[in-house]
Design a protein around this ligand. Structure first.
Ligand SMILES: [Zn+2]
Length: 445
């Protein structure tokens, strides 16, 4: 038997047990399936070293004292391990295909299942907390309501596994393959899922709050009602994901790809979306961006980087809202974006740009406010009415016609007042042009 990769803590590697029946090996190592428990226990305590044992399809293994043994590279496929206590067992590299481990106890932090094959294993309600499952295969395994709290499962294959209501809080699942797994209501708060694959996984109402999902692949994942608050999705892919009602508040979406994702009823308030891609993403009027509580830093003490990020955020909201026929929200995001730009000009001492932006914001709300243009026009007319040296009724009339034409009331005015009329008329021409522009702009939304 090859011994290179066996644990070295429990004495020598050679088998000292007497040969069984007419074979050349002991009862533990002989290659026959379905051995009886009586034959295995006939010679009393089998000792600690059971590496490479062949226990295929053995029934009632819970009667054999296996706690504290090493079963490295052993074959236990199809064995009945229901309710077995496997504390402190070293099962590294063991093959446990189809084993029935329902209600078993493998907790304690010393059970070693590294590289073990647990395909289609039944692990319902099993306690696997703190177990070392690195690079193990749990394809199609049944982990319903099992506990894997704090388990080390980096590189583990869990494709199409049933992980419903499984407790995985704080588990390490780096680069794990969870594609097409059923993760409904799974509890994965604070789990380490960096680089993990969850393509096509069903995460309905799963708890992934504060999980590390950097570079994770969630293509076509079902994320309905999934709790992703505070999670880190930097460089992750959620392409085509069904994320209806997903809670992403406070999540980091830096450079996250959300192409064609369905974000109906989703909560994206307080998210960092710098560099994120939302091409053809779907939102509705209940998709929450937390406009009013979104930015924690006020504009006045924001740094240039903050302003760039905030501008990016408003640009994304504006574009998404326009594509999804939400013009009112698009306009709000546009005005916020312009206000951020104005603050940026001020921060960089770009006086001319800042003046232009301030005028544009003040006179016409960055091209969005026809009522603002009309209001400014009224102010110009009233100011003229106060300046002209005529009776109140007459001066208001003169001011109104001068707003449209500098020569209309020229004969009745003293020389200096004609200059007022000329300036007023110039303002009139500009304001009427602006009004036409603003109405034209609004109608193209
Ligand atoms: Zn042997």
């Amino acid at each position: 038997m090859p011994t290179d990769d066996l644990p070295t803590s429990a004495g020598g590697h050679c088998c000292w047990r007497p040969v069984w029946q007419d074979g050349d090996r002991c009862v533990w190592h002989t290659e026959c399936a379905g051995k009886s428990v009586e034959a295995l226990t006939a010679r009393g305590n089998p000792g600690r070293r059971l590496d490479g044992a062949i226990l295929t399809d053995v029934d009632g293994l819970s009667e054999v004292p296996l706690s504290g043994t090493t079963l490295a590279n052993a074959t236990l496929s199809g064995a009945d391990l229901r309710g077995v206590r496997l504390r402190d067992v070293d099962l590294r590299g063991a093959t446990l295909e189809r084993v029935d481990l329902r209600d078993s106890d493998l907790s304690g932090g010393t059970v070693q299942l590294r590289y073990a094959d647990l395909s289609a294993a039944r692990l319902r309600h099993a306690d696997l907390s703190n177990v070392d499952l690195r690079f193990a295969t749990l394809r199609n395994a049944d982990l319903v309501r099992a506990s894997l709290v704090g388990a080390k499962a980096s590189g583990t294959t869990l494709t199409a596994a049933t992980v419903i209501s499984t407790r995985l809080a704080g588990a390490t699942l780096r680069n794990a393959d969870l594609s097409d797994a059923l993760l409904r209501r799974a509890r994965l708060a604070n789990a380490q899922l960096r680089g993990a694959t969850l393509s096509g996984a069903d995460c309905y109402e799963a708890d992934l709050s504060d999980a590390d999902l950097q570079k994770a692949v969630l293509e076509d994942a079902r994320l309905r009602g999934t709790d992703l608050t505070g999670s880190d999705l930097t460089d992750a892919t959620l392409e085509n994901a069904d994320a209806r009602g997903v809670d992403l508040s406070g999540a980091t979406l830096t450079r996250t790809v959300l192409t064609r994702a369905n974000l109906f009823d989703a909560d994206l308030s307080g998210t960092t979306v710098y560099g994120a891609v939302f091409v053809d993403a779907k939102i509705n009027d209940r998709t929450e961006f937390g406009f009013d509580r979104g930015s924690t830093t006020s504009l006045s003490d924001a740094t240039l980087t903050d302003l760039d990020r905030l501008g990016w955020r408003y640009r994304i909201i504006e574009r998404l809202s326009r594509q999804n026929a939400l013009p009112e929200q698009a306009r709000r995001a546009y005005r916020r974006r312009k206000a951020v730009r104005r603050r940026r000009h001020r921060k960089k001492w770009a006086v001319a740009k800042w003046t232009g932006a301030t005028l544009s914001g003040g006179v016409m709300r960055y091209g969005e406010g026809p009522w603002r243009v009309l209001g400014v026009s009224a102010v110009v007319v009233l100011a003229g009415a106060i300046l002209y040296p005529l009776s109140p009724g007459e001066s208001l009339y003169v001011s109104l016609v001068s707003f449209l034409d500098p020569l209309a009331a020229a004969r009745e005015l003293p020389a200096w007042a004609r200059y007022v009329a000329a300036v007023q008329s110039l303002a009139g021409v500009l304001l009427i042009a602006l009004l036409v522009f603003v109405f034209g702009r609004r109608s193209t939304y």
